[in-house]
Design a protein around this ligand. Structure first.
Ligand SMILES: [Mg+2]
Length: 266
């Protein structure tokens, strides 16, 4: 991972949007600080659209999309989104309604099995707002031991469910999308970018294991400093901030905005 000072003005200038994770990237232990909020506004002022790409539920995404100056919020690690459409916010899904209904029934059966076989498992308190995945708390209200997480993942894998781990939650799903494919979907819908163009023109910022697909899927990728502590992170970001969480996000947006200004001054 390289320091932000190595971001070239040319690389920053070709961007049209910045996609970012939410928990422990923009948020500080679940709270939005003034530096991170200002940073999102600065990206808009610099001509960049902001996409949030989170493992949080679609119900959260709708509210965040209404409150913050962002184009869309990708939710549940890529399976659905809340998208700004004029004065309205609309919800979009990758799967058909029939597919979602059948996967939802399989998910509920899997959650019942996981709770029966792993008595220490804790369903997250935002699970009731979820449309396409189910989640277990592994770092939000307690620090789950690695073997606890591994046991849940092994049982889910035996039922052919996909899993991913963020700093706070273990996700189980029967959807095929991840943050990378979800961001590429939104880039096509919102900015008319094909996947190859999106790879170069959408930057990604994140901190943990469920961000690995996006770290691999986009060329200009950033981690806040706490990315160094991520568990299950198969692909690191190209650049890393010196500061953690919201302050790291502000540091990254400043580097992008300053590099774009340098390119314009050339
Ligand atoms: Mg995160």
């Amino acid at each position: 991972m390289k320091p932000l000072s190595e971001l070239s003005s040319r690389e920053a200038a070709r961007l049209v949007a910045v996609a970012t994770d939410l928990d422990d990237t923009v948020l500080d232990h679940g709270r939005l600080g003034v530096d991170a909020l200002t940073a999102i506004s600065l990206l808009g002022d610099a001509g960049l659209d902001v996409l949030i790409a989170t493992g949080r539920p679609l119900g959260w995404a709708e509210v965040v999309c209404r409150l913050l100056p962002v184009a869309a919020v990708l939710a549940e690690n890529g399976a659905c989104a809340a998208v700004r459409d004029g004065a309205r916010v609309v919800t979009r899904f990758r799967a058909t309604e029939a597919e979602r209904r059948s996967r939802s029934a399989r998910l509920d059966a899997l959650v019942a099995e996981l709770l029966a076989r792993v008595p220490s498992a804790r369903v997250t308190d935002d699970a009731w707002m979820r449309a396409t995945d189910r989640t277990f708390d592994v770092g939000e209200t307690w620090r789950a031991p690695a073997e606890h997480v591994a046991e849940l993942i092994a049982i889910a894998a035996a039922r052919e469910a996909r899993t991913s781990v963020s700093s706070v939650h273990l996700h189980v799903t029967f959807e095929g999308d991840d943050k990378a494919s979800g961001i590429a979907w939104l880039a096509r819908e919102l900015f008319s970018l094909d996947p190859t163009a999106a790879r170069a023109r959408v930057a990604f910022v994140g901190d943990s294991g469920n961000d690995a697909a996006a770290f691999a899927g986009f060329e200009t990728t950033f981690g806040v400093a706490n990315v160094r502590l991520a568990r299950g992170l198969s692909v690191p970001p190209r650049y890393v901030a010196r500061r953690e969480r919201g302050l790291g996000f502000a540091e990254i947006t400043r580097a992008i905005v300053d590099a774009r200004a340098r390119e314009r001054a050339r």
